[in-house]
Design a protein. Structure first.
Length: 75
């Protein structure tokens, strides 16, 4: 099952799947966010989603987060 990045909660762990914007996808790839588990650090109401992977934190704006699909990781 996939969901939007904008729908995840703080503490959720997931993998980033589909990114419709090629520039955003390229940036996430360069930063290493497309090849493993990512954790949501903070989600601001109607604002950015702060994600973390391997010590790197990145704030993704709400409009972009709506267009990014993620796959939740099951424990």
């Amino acid at each position: 099952m996939t969901e939007r990045l904008s729908d995840v909660d703080a503490g959720d762990e997931f993998e980033i799947g589909t990114v419709t914007d090629d520039q955003v996808r390229a940036r996430l790839l360069r930063l290493g966010f497309l090849d493993g588990s990512v954790r949501c650090r903070r989600r601001l109401h109607k604002g950015p989603v702060v994600v973390r992977r391997n010590g790197t934190e990145l704030a993704i704006g709400a409009a972009v987060a709506d267009d990014v699909r993620v796959r939740p990781l099951t424990e």
